[in-house]
Design a protein around this ligand. Structure first.
Ligand code: PEP
Ligand code: MG
Length: 672
């Protein structure tokens, strides 16, 4: 029997790789010969490559023919698939945590498990036997590896523990699964890497929705197997993110601060991750890079496939996968509108002070991770740099920076800034910002040897940095900031080390600013409690709310599972801020904020009203907006608002109240 039907492609992305694969999967269920005609070309309906050569975009008319006994059923199924938008075109909205503002619409690049980029190109029919052999070899090697591991662990720890690997072995030996992998390679002509990943991801998705805890635990077994097989297939080779050639949004399970910092922003226009919290260091870097980011999305890496269109809305913390046309249009307009508003505001406010109408002057500064960000920060109207996170000199490189590297970075900063101030924070290494090759992994790294403690443990690293800061201070307005101070003794030890370096430099006849100001970060609850004592021994305070919140509320700042508890509006946090400001005022030292709370526009009025005299914020493009808020409300009114809010016992009430006020001042931002 020979039949023919006409259908129009209705899905947004047309007949690209995934719909074509689905088409071939369905076509292969029938014995009939299937052919497609479009744009004057003909394609075999059972070959993905053939279908792709049609380049059939949305609106293209296809003629499908079927020749065989089951032709009517085949045509019904295929026509249904096309009008159903290939079953997979459904738009999906995933809620996460917006950590870097802005909106972006691009195709997704899924940065695979452990940093493997899975080759998604199609193989030629001639390559199929070789690719199947590669797959079989990988399966065999992975099985051997598992057997050896099981033996080794059983001898060392007993057979019950060794049996944990039993599940892995069973899955790897599963003939049905192996057949499934091979069939995908044969029929769809996908690489073995992509084929195993596609198959395993289907199982992962299925297991994830099962309520049985035993079954849902198997998800990590399957991820493990995927990783092991990919390692075998790709030979430990990881795909460098640097090798990207097109503009994309990056979808990843997680990104370390060093991975984030090395992102090429001419290619990566936004990112979305499964895990992470609002103040994860990778989120902070995303802000610095000025790319929209949403984290803590759960399973976004399994929901998105490379090539899907993805919208990242960093303002509202949502990611929209495979948006329909209306949504795409809406977001593209929004992306443009926000950009236009920001450019206009920036030009308008660049040269005016961050001053309330009744004359309270706020020092509005920028946070940076590299001196390269200074020019943009100043262009947006910052009065200087309130936090330079110097540990980024260490990340993404194998060699430790020398004193000369530090000196060059600080000298570059000072050259850019002229007489504007810069607060250089001594290295905050440890916790999630570890140096590559540093084998020490701690059980509780955020409570371990990080920041100033790490510097005390590595006096050479600390001294080299202090020498460089002091030398650069001869030519600019530099202040030193010590992170994670939790006691007076730590502060004294840090200052003592600075003085020792000063003596050495004097001895060597090297110039430096001998009146250099030194301050502490207030980011540990104990520092707040002894703030009155600390204030007597420093020149300024800078409140690091990112850590202060995590340590006071016992909420890991990186953990999306407890992100709902990570609240800057918690009454305890507001009280800690008040205590710190009071101690600073009573001792006549300035107090600023450099944690992300300071960059949250909704909180600007509250922070000004509480009495902070300095806000150090990021990203640069938010500076005009913060300025606009400061210039829109009198200090007297801000104080009243702060006082009122400090009586609230419910963080949600605080957030809503502040949002209401901010929306009145900046509807262009908050209504979008
Ligand atoms: C903070 O903790 O608020 C802070 C500014 O430091 P970091 O985010 O680098 O830990
Ligand atoms: Mg901190």
């Amino acid at each position: 029997m020979f039949l023919k039907r006409k259908v129009k492609i209705v899905n947004v992305n047309g007949l690209h790789a995934r719909p074509a694969t689905r088409f071939v999967e369905i076509a292969n269920k029938f014995d009939s010969e299937i052919k497609i005609f479009a744009k004057g070309k003909e394609a075999d309906g059972k070959s993905v490559i053939d279908l792709l050569t049609l380049a059939a975009e949305k609106g293209t008319e296809l003629i499908i023919t079927a020749h065989g006994d089951d032709a009517p059923e085949a045509l019904d199924a295929l026509r249904g698939l096309i009008s159903d938008k290939f079953e997979e075109e459904q738009m999906e909205t995933i809620m996460g945590l917006g950590v870097s503002p802005g909106v972006v619409v691009r195709e997704a690049f899924v940065y695979e498990t452990e940093g493997y980029r899975i080759p998604r190109h199609l193989i030629t029919p001639k390559e199929v036997p070789h690719e199947i052999k590669r797959l079989e070899k990988a399966l065999e090697e992975a099985s051997k590896e598992i057997d050896a591991l099981e033996r080794e662990v059983s001898i060392k720890l007993g057979s019950e523990i060794g049996a944990i690997f039993g599940t892995h072995r069973t899955i790897l030996h599963d003939e049905r699964l192996k057949r499934e992998f091979i069939e995908r390679i044969e029929k769809t002509k996908f690489t073995p890497e992509y084929s195993i990943s596609l198959s395993l991801r289907v199982y992962i998705r299925k297991l994830r929705v099962v309520e049985d805890p035993f079954l849902s635990e198997r998800v990590s077994d399957i991820f493990d197997i995927e990783r092991r097989l990919l390692r075998k297939l790709l030979g430990e080779k990881k795909q460098e993110l640097k090798a990207l050639t097109d503009e994309v949004v990056l979808v990843a399970h997680d990104l370390s601060p060093s991975e984030t910092v090395s992102l090429d922003t001419t290619k990566v226009k936004g990112f979305a991750t499964d895990v992470g919290g609002r103040t994860s260091h990778s989120a902070i870097v995303a802000k610095a890079l000025g790319i929209p980011a949403v984290v803590g999305l759960g399973n976004v890496t399994t929901d998105v496939f490379g090539g899907d269109y993805v919208i990242i809305d960093g303002n509202h913390g949502i990611v929209i996968v495979r948006p329909d046309e209306k949504t795409l249009r809406e977001y593209r307009t929004r992306e443009k509108k926000i950009r236009v508003f920001e450019v206009k505001l920036s030009a308008e406010l660049k040269d005016v002070p961050a001053e309330t109408p009744d004359g309270r002057l706020i020092s509005l500064l920028g946070n940076i991770e590299s001196p390269k960000e200074i020019s943009t920060t100043l262009e947006h109207g910052a009065g200087g740099i309130g936090l330079y996170r110097t540990e980024f000199l260490y990340l993404g490189t194998d060699a430790l920076p020398t004193e000369a590297d530090h000196f060059n970075a600080y000298s570059e900063a000072v050259r850019e800034l002229g007489d504007k101030p810069i607060i250089i924070r001594t290295v905050d290494l440890g916790a999630d910002k570890f140096i590559s090759g540093d084998g020490h992994r701690e059980r509780n790294p955020f409570l371990g040897c990080r920041s100033i403690r790490y510097c005390f443990e590595h006096p050479d690293i600390f001294t080299a940095q202090i020498r460089a800061i002091l030398r650069a201070s001869a030519n600019g307005n530099i202040k030193i900031l010590f992170p994670l101070i939790s006691s007076l003794q730590e502060l004294r030890q840090a200052k003592h080390m600075v003085r020792k370096v000063m003596d050495e430099l004097s001895h060597e006849g090297i110039p430096f600013d001998d009146k250099i100001q030194m301050g502490v970060m207030i980011e540990v609850p104990s520092a707040v409690i002894i703030a009155d004592a600390l204030a007597k021994e420093v020149n300024f305070f800078s409140i690091g709310t990112n850590d202060l919140i995590q340590y006071s509320l016992a909420v890991d700042r990186d953990n999306e599972r407890v992100a709902y508890l990570y609240s800057q509006a918690h009454p305890a946090i507001l009280r800690l801020l008040k205590m710190t400001i009071k101690a600073a005022e009573e001792n006549n030292i300035p107090v600023g904020i450099c944690g992300e709370m300071g960059s949250d526009l909704e909180f600007t009025i509250l922070l000004v009203g509480l009495g902070l005299s300095e806000l150090s914020v990021a990203p640069a493009m938010i500076i005009p907006e913060v300025k606009k808020v400061i210039r829109s409300i009198t200090y007297e009114d801000a104080k009243k608002i702060a006082e009122n809010i400090c009586s609230f016992d419910d963080p949600d009430k605080t957030t809503k109240h502040l949002r209401g006020i901010a929306t009145e001042i900046l509807p262009e931002i908050f209504c979008n």
